[in-house]
Design a protein around this ligand. Structure first.
Ligand SMILES: Cc1cc2nc3c(=O)[nH]c(=O)nc-3n(C[C@H](O)[C@H](O)[C@H](O)COP(=O)(O)OP(=O)(O)OC[C@H]3O[C@@H](n4cnc5c(N)ncnc54)[C@H](O)[C@@H]3O)c2cc1C
Length: 489
């Protein structure tokens, strides 16, 4: 099959592009190197849909941020993605900060952000009682929101697939050729020897975008991968902050925040550490100590002893201090979406719109399909009332078997994730798609049972089921080696 568009990378940007292109009738192929979607920066970030007061007016970051969060109101409703407008407070501790808050207020107004204002100490403490008494003022942005970035990326990908897009996982692009003059055919080869052809390409490869552009013979933008480390606190700590609490941003980024998550946890981070390695997602004692000290400045009673998980993400920073959303100088139908650091999550649907405009300028025309599927629904057992739960269990007893007790996730939900449009084939993928393992025990209890379900549903040996990518085996001994079910009962 010859595709209208080949999207390289399925983080939130690739997913947003694939969704919009498929809604507009293009034949889309998505090639993702990992064995699941949302495995790069889209997996490990602060999960904030930024109001838009931080980026410099006139930049693509400002324009795409503000447009993107507006588009998400409808997208998250249509695709059943949890989104909560909890508001943000940028805390000011001294006179210099006060001047910075005024600057952010002015920037936000110029960017078109609604309802921004500076609040004094009394109102600040009424809004957020646990905030440090040292904080004397704050910029209040009521439209700032939080979202589940995994579910968002998955939902947009599923919606693209429902509209005819094809997704290939484990498909790392290693060669790109253009036959003939600009306007010719792109041939894309993957590491495992497959090859695909298309009329156009969107390069949404995150920190690898420069490398992918070089495959065509193009240049990159001086990659400056910057790691950010986090704590994720248990739901018992989730009420320690109602708003997303920022401090004044610096040149290194938006600084350490404390924020509730849509699941009711508290997220704390990130720091900013420039690295040579764009894949170094390990956490470090020094980085976490830096995060803890900075966060306690905002919230002195921060209950870090409730920590259930640490993780790190890599920002796709580069020598250009803005998003790069442009056709390659080598061919107008090769669109680079590079340097998509924060607020990339917030901006994704707007970046997708801009990418399609660039494709149109290159002769790849698209128009809204009246018959397109615009909605997606996910059944979450724990959110149902008793009557609905009983109805499901009567139809299929797997709805009555709770596998993840922390999060109340049923066998039926896990099986649905394993056989979903984007199949979840590892423990981490089941965690992202169905929520099993997200809770306080982080899979300590349900992990072996999820592993057994994966083995049963995929017809594989218990020992062959991996934590994330192929090779990340969990069981290496003889346990359950000869059975497809295996595992503890
Ligand atoms: C610490 C941190 C905090 C952040 N916080 C926020 C926030 O709160 N709000 C916000 O708006 N933004 C935030 N961001 C930014 C946001 O997360 C990113 O802008 C966004 O996730 C980028 O998405 P992406 O799809 O471009 O990249 P990615 O999610 O990295 O996806 C790129 C994909 O391309 C694939 N790929 C790479 N090379 C190839 C290849 N050769 N062939 C096939 N596939 C390939 C990768 O496997 C990957 O899945 C944060 C980022 C970080 C790191």
């Amino acid at each position: 099959m010859h595709y209208d568009l080949i999207v390289i990378g399925c983080g939130v940007i690739g997913a947003a592009v694939a969704r919009l292109a498929s809604l507009r009738g293009l034949g889309v192929l998505v090639l993702e190197a990992a064995h699941d979607v949302s495995c790069g920066a889209s997996k490990a970030n602060s999960a904030i849909l930024h109001a838009g007061f931080d980026p410099e007016p006139g930049t693509l970051m400002a324009e795409m941020n503000v447009r993107g969060v507006e588009l998400y109101r409808e997208i998250c409703t249509d695709l059943d993605v949890p989104r909560l407008e909890n508001g943000a407070l940028v805390l000011g501790f001294d006179q210099a900060d006060r001047a910075h808050l005024e600057l952010l207020l002015e920037r936000g107004r110029r960017n078109g952000v609604a309802d921004l204002r500076i609040v004094g100490q009394e109102e600040l403490r009424a809004l957020e009682p646990g905030v440090s008494p040292e904080a004397t003022a704050a910029l209040y942005a009521p439209t700032s929101a939080i979202v589940d970035p995994w579910e968002l990326t998955l939902a947009m990908t599923e919606n693209a697939i429902a509209n005819g897009a094809r997704l290939e996982l484990g498909a790392r692009v290693t060669a790109i050729r253009l036959s003939g003059e600009p306007g010719g055919t792109f041939t894309v080869e993957t590491e495992d020897g497959r090859s695909f052809t298309g009329r156009s390409i969107v390069n949404a490869a995150g920190v690898e975008a420069g490398r992918v552009h070089r495959l065509l013979g193009g240049s990159d933008w001086g990659s400056r991968p910057t790691r950010g480390e986090y704590y994720l606190l248990d739901k018992s700590a989730g009420s320690a902050a109602r708003h997303t609490l920022f401090q004044c941003p610096t040149a290194a980024g938006k600084g350490v925040l404390v924020s509730p998550t849509v699941h009711g946890n508290l997220i704390v981070g990130p720091n900013a550490e420039l690295l040579d390695d764009s894949h170094a997602v390990e956490t470090t004692a020094a980085g976490l100590a830096e995060v803890a000290a900075a966060a306690r400045r905002s919230l002195p009673a921060l209950p870090l002893h409730e920590n259930i998980r640490n993780f790190a993400g890599i920002r796709a920073a580069c020598d250009v201090d803005d998003f790069i959303i442009a056709a390659s100088p080598l061919d107008p139908a090769f669109i680079n979406l590079a340097g998509i650091k924060s607020p990339g999550l917030s901006a994704a649907p707007a970046i997708a719109e801009r990418a399609l405009e660039l494709l149109r300028a290159a002769g790849i025309r698209s128009a809204d399909r009246p018959d397109a599927v615009r909605t997606r629904k996910r059944v979450r057992f724990r959110d149902l009332d008793l009557e609905e739960r009983n109805r499901l269990i009567a139809a299929d007893p797997a709805w009555g078997r709770i596998i993840c007790r922390c999060e109340t996730i049923t066998e039926a939900e896990i099986v649905a994730a394993i056989h979903g449009p984007v199949p979840a084939t590892s423990l981490d993928a089941v965690k992202r798609h169905a929520g099993a393992g997200m809770g306080r025990c982080q899979g300590g209890f349900c992990g072996p049972r999820v592993q057994a379900l994966l083995a049963r549903e995929l017809g594989r040996r218990y020992n062959d089921i991996c934590q994330h990518e192929p090779g990340s085996h969990i069981v290496l001994g003889p346990l359950g080696a000869e059975t497809t079910e295996g595992g503890p009962s």
